[in-house]
Design a protein around this ligand. Structure first.
Ligand code: NAP
Length: 260
């Protein structure tokens, strides 16, 4: 599979892909697939160092190149440090996968606190915005860059609203969708494509952090396809949006949600 655009190579055959939240779940599956497709991969994590290093070891064991980089993306200074390390250690950035995201325990709307909203938005919105900003600074032809692609990991929650579970989380993904539309238009003539995937119910740890580890088993059978999705299925979508096969696609959303 081809990379993010002519000249957008920075170490591997397909260039450098930085994945926020690459230690587990969708991010880890994306890192493994990206490496198989020839990317050099930056794997950001915040606390799961061993899991991030295990993804790096898998990639290196298969002959690829990857680096685990600790950074809490809710901290703007850490985001700058993350991109600086990526520049120094991996080379010219060609793809950002804005994947890191959190949710909190399932709750009704009237029980959602101000502090909780701040925590969710600090990672899912402000963090993703700051990462996209750093990517644009490096990729935009306006700043001497070679172009590239940004893939935002939104959620089907942005259009479903997550009633009774986490409307704060759903709204944070709504903000990501709006950023995808606006930024895609702002940088379309500067060699950067900006798209998003909206996963549905995917088998990862995130449901445990919402207080229901068995959520995929509960909801999966009720979906049109009769099952939840896998992190690998979302990774395939992300890699396509990042690739030259999607060269005329920007400001678009792929529903990877089993028909939900
Ligand atoms: P996950 O298994 O819980 O993994 C979350 C990843 O994000 C981990 O690598 C975690 O790092 C990282 N992370 C969390 N906070 C961070 C921070 N402040 N700074 C840097 N990294 C941080 O989640 P997932 O299910 O793979 O979700 C990935 C993305 O898909 C999220 O944006 C999520 O909203 C979205 N999504 C998931 C589903 C689903 O059903 N799973 C559905 C729709 C959308 P550590 O390992 O260090 O904690």
């Amino acid at each position: 599979m081809a990379g993010a655009g002519d000249g957008a190579t920075g170490g591997g055959v397909s260039g450098v892909m930085l994945i926020t939240g690459g230690s587990r779940g969708i991010g880890a599956a994306t890192a493994r697939l990206a490496a198989r497709n020839g990317y050099t991969v930056g794997i950001n994590y915040t606390s799961a160092r061993e899991q991030a290093e295990a993804v790096v070891a898998d990639i290196e064991g298969a002959g690829g190149k990857a680096l685990a980089i600790q950074a809490d993306i809710s901290d703007p200074n850490s985001v700058e440090r993350l991109f600086h390390i990526c520049d120094l250690e991996l080379g010219t950035l060609s793809v950002l996968v804005n994947n890191a995201g959190i949710l909190e325990t399932q709750a009704r709307f009237e029980d959602i606190t101000a502090d909780r909203i701040d925590r969710v938005f600090a990672v899912n919105v402000r963090g993703a915005f700051m990462c996209a900003r750093e990517a644009v600074k490096r990729m935009s032809t306006k700043h001497g860059g070679a172009g590239g692609a940004i893939v935002n990991v939104s959620s089907a929650a942005s259009r479903l609203g997550s009633p009774g579970e986490y409307i704060d989380y759903a709204a944070s993904k709504g903000a990501i969708d709006t950023m995808t539309i606006g930024l895609s238009k702002e940088v379309a003539s500067e060699g950067i494509r900006v798209n998003a995937v909206r996963p549905g119910i995917i088998e990862t740890d995130i449901h445990a952090s919402g207080g229901e580890p068995g959520r995929v088993e509960r909801i999966g059978p009720t979906l049109p396809m009769g099952r939840g999705g896998t992190a690998e299925e979302i990774a395939e979508t992300i890699l396509w949006l990042a690739s030259d096969e999607a060269s005329y696609v920007t400001g678009s959303f792929i529903e990877a949600s089993g028909g939900r």
